[in-house]
Write a protein that binds this ligand. Structure first.
Ligand SMILES: *Cc1c(COP(=O)(O)O)cnc(C)c1O
Length: 433
């Protein structure tokens, strides 16, 4: 068998990874997955506590999704949405509109969360220009926001560690405090007339460390957008497809955004696909004769890929057939109970949870100690793959995880945290001091 670890060290550059440290550690080479587990090249298995980085919904190798992709493969793997259409893209668009918050009636496909956000920004901007609101060229973003890694989506992001390097390349925005409607009102009162849209992650700011917004914030944001004539963009890339306990997070506040970004869970975590949904009013703002040039001049090569659409349709079928959301509710309650024990650990500062999005915050530690990372190394030894966001340990299992597997995952996270704090240099518990 080829030495994949060595090939990786020799040729691969990993995302969000300091390669210097990476090449000093033994990489985990994953060869296959099954349900909630991943299997490495040595045959060891790990609970997938990241759901393939927040996108797997029904588990790995789900028979129905596997079959749908194979069937599509027997027809055609890829065509184009520029000048053509296909059954998967049309069926899926209709299904998405059916399950999306009321008023969202058009689906623009792309292939990642970043492009879904980028597209929402460009549509919002162009829509405002074309309806004569030419002063509305700015966006309001939330501090600590994350909408992807392309330059436009980074412009409305606010995580300094990821984004500050690029500041000179980014367009200017107005910044509101996360979860603080009074602050959003202040920003809109001061600058509302030049704002095209407010961009938010509904209910939970994921990449910020699973920051949960206070109840009512999203509803208030919707109200403020209406009052100031500003569009509301909800980036449901992380929260969509059941992550927070409902199909979309917006539903929990009865909010319908003007634009909604979907990606990650849309294919059940199988293939890259994204969609930006818009209201009919926005869609109509782009209609006109060819020479008016109101066209939305944007499109990616793999936009609306048929294999990805087949996976997405099969995933929506599984939601219905397996009553995924209904069966998720008792698991959220169990997760909550299990996490109460973790929250009580002296090594843990805070646990933040919304549905199946969980952040276990270890509190402030010296960056150089990489406490979050150390916890994931300890977890790996105990049979779970998890990832940190700084000093926050994130648990984001597939929605299909069983109750026993969930118990195992939380138990491993707890013991890994204990082991890390006990062995990291210079770490002493407050009460031990
Ligand atoms: C992950 C994420 C993105 C970016 O998605 P990619 O597919 O990684 O480009 C955008 N917005 C939110 C809220 C996300 O969590």
């Amino acid at each position: 068998m080829p030495d994949y670890a060595q090939l990786d060290r020799d040729y691969v550059w990993h995302p969000f990874t300091q390669q210097q440290g990476w090449s000093e550690e033994e990489p985990l080479v994953i060869e296959r997955g099954e349900g909630s587990y991943l299997y490495d090249s040595e045959g060891r298995r790990y609970l997938d506590g990241t759901a393939a980085l927040w996108c797997n919904v029904h588990g790995h190798r789900h028979p129905a999704i596997d079959a749908a992709v194979r069937e599509q493969l027997d027809r055609v793997a890829h065509t184009t949405m520029l000048g053509l259409t296909h059954p998967g893209a049309t069926d899926l668009a209709a299904r998405l509109v059916e399950i999306a918050p009321a008023g969202l009636s058009r689906v623009f496909y792309s292939d990642s969360g970043s492009t879904a956000a980028e597209i929402a920004l460009k549509i919002a901007f162009q829509y405002q220009q074309q309806r004569g609101e030419t002063r509305r060229t700015r966006f309001v973003r939330l501090r600590e926001a994350y909408h992807g890694d392309t330059i436009g989506s980074v412009s409305v992001g606010g995580i300094d560690l990821f984004h500050s390097t690029y500041r000179p390349l980014l367009f200017e925005t107005h910044v509101a405090e996360p979860g603080d409607a009074a602050d959003l009102e202040r920003v809109l009162a001061a600058h509302g007339e030049e704002v095209a849209a407010v961009v938010v992650e509904p209910l939970v700011q994921g990449a910020a460390g699973i920051l949960v917004q206070p109840e009512g914030y999203l509803r208030d944001a919707r109200g403020l957008c209406d009052r100031f004539g500003v569009l509301l963009v909800c980036d449901e890339v992380a929260t969509g497809f059941g992550r927070t306990g409902t199909m979309f997070a917006c539903e929990q506040e009865g909010v319908a955004p003007d634009l909604m970004c979907l990606a990650k869970g849309i294919t059940g975590g199988y293939l890259p696909l994204a969609a930006t949904l818009t209201s009919e009013e926005i869609y109509e703002g782009f209609l006109g004769s060819y020479e008016e040039f109101k066209t939305f001049f944007h499109g990616h090569t793999y936009t609306g890929n048929p294999l990805a659409c087949a996976a997405a349709l099969a995933s929506l079928d599984v939601f219905e057939q397996e009553r995924t959301l209904e069966r998720l509710q008792p698991k959220i309650v169990l997760f909550d109970e299990l996490l109460a024990e973790v929250a009580a650990m002296p090594e843990v500062a805070e646990v933040r949870q919304k549905g199946f999005m969980v952040g276990i915050d270890l509190g402030p530690h010296d960056d150089a100690l990489r406490m979050g990372h150390r916890v994931t190394v300890e977890a790996r030894k105990r049979g779970a793959f998890i990832r940190p966001l700084g000093n926050t340990v994130v648990l984001m299992p597939p929605l299909s995880i069983s109750e026993d597997e969930l118990r195992e995952l939380v138990a491993i996270a707890g013991t890994a945290i204990k082991a890390t704090v006990a062995t990291a240099p210079g770490q002493e518990l407050p009460q031990a001091a």
